[in-house]
Design a protein around this ligand. Sequence first.
Ligand code: NAP
Ligand code: HSE
Length: 438
Amino acid sequence: MKPVRIGIAGLGTVGCGTVRVLERNGDEISRRAGRKIEVTRALVKDASRLRDCPLTGIELTTDSRDLIEDPEIDVIVELMGGDDAARDLVLKSIARGKHVVTANKALIAVHGNDIFENARQHGVMVAFEAAVAGGISIIKVIREGLSGNRVNRLAGIINGTSNFILTEMRVGGREFADVLSDAQRLGYAEADPAFDVGGIDAAHKLTILASIAFGIPLQFDKVYTEGISNIRPEDVEHAAQLGYRIKHLGIAARVEGGFELRVHPCLVPEKRLLANVDGVMNAILVEGDAVGPTLHYGAGAGAEPTASAVVADLVDVVRALTTDPENRVPHLAFQSGRLSDVPILPIAKIQSAYYLRLNALNRPGVLADITRILGNLDISIQAIQQKGNGDHEAVLPIIIVTQMTREENMDQALAQLGELQTVVGEIIRLRLENLEWD
Ligand code: NAP
Ligand code: HSE
């Protein structure tokens, strides 16, 4: 059978990883796919740059039309990243009847509804396994493996760079900026690392996971998003003393009245499986009503782990080239037109436990004032510690762990605590998930 011809847009970390995997495992891949897969063209910004992969048989170009308009190319693999150029390439390729594979979570989370509608109209596939959790096949697991379940909730470490930074801060006592530059050198970070440390990359991924888990449209703008840049070494240490680890989690849950979609740093009891996922590794806990809790673990970023997912998508596309376009696995798991309009709740309505760190004057009655404010708002305290044995009137940190409460109660409590004359400076609030379902 004639080989399937591929045009790759982007020959950076993931693009080169993909070319290397296709080259190294070519025979095995074609035995799985039923046809040989050949990369014939690659789109780059700077054609004179040295590449970290073999370029035999690949014509480099800086003009996207050379890929889009090449009638010999069956599949476009978009590995450039970014927004406008990627969207333009993908939509034009779909309009020409080409299938698309992409690792671009920003593109899918923000423009996916439109892209999938275009793909449906033109009878082509848009595959995006590599967009979430690097090498873990979590899209396939939720969309296909768990399709008999009503998915109730999922929680995951879905940004490798943030997990790498938090791990190195905890284990190696290293500085944030220093670890981030390592993550960039190792090819884990986004072109703009603010997407990683600001939680945006994880919010893109959570948008996609929630959509396929719950059968809702992609709604990136509804995800509550907080990154790790405010995590201080002292909080990592206090959390450890209390038996917790700080992890950056994406959480999606079906709750009364809607769905929770949130991305933020979180204290997790150190005995939980997710608390022990370190470095660039990702893990996603998914609970279905039939299967119960399931945990999916693997490398969340990097050239070849991500290429593993890109190539798996390519194999799926190649296998599907001969099947009925009306009867393929739907892009967002549920049939188009059957997506639900149940609302996503604002962060104020979520329920969580909390870790608070505040600095207060060492004066009689301070703890009583704090506990009264929390008590009046129906917030129960699980643990409270005043650190140090400083002099009268010295400023000492107070660490509080609460039971579950509503975020809006905690917002009010923080406002009132901030007004106490004895409380000095910023109050640190981190959410805490006991994850008793893992
Ligand atoms: P990268 O190393 O920065 O590579 C980007 C490539 O795209 C480069 O080859 C660049 O060309 C090319 N490019 C960028 N903009 C272009 C444009 N407008 N026209 C033509 N070529 C353009 O990025 P990456 O880390 O491989 O990431 C690629 C995508 O995969 C992103 O969407 C990212 O979010 C996603 N992803 C990355 C990882 C990871 O671990 N890195 C994991 C999962 C998903 P030049 O080389 O000539 O500059
Ligand atoms: N920058 C992303 C991360 C790449 O660190 O998880 C994988 O999507």
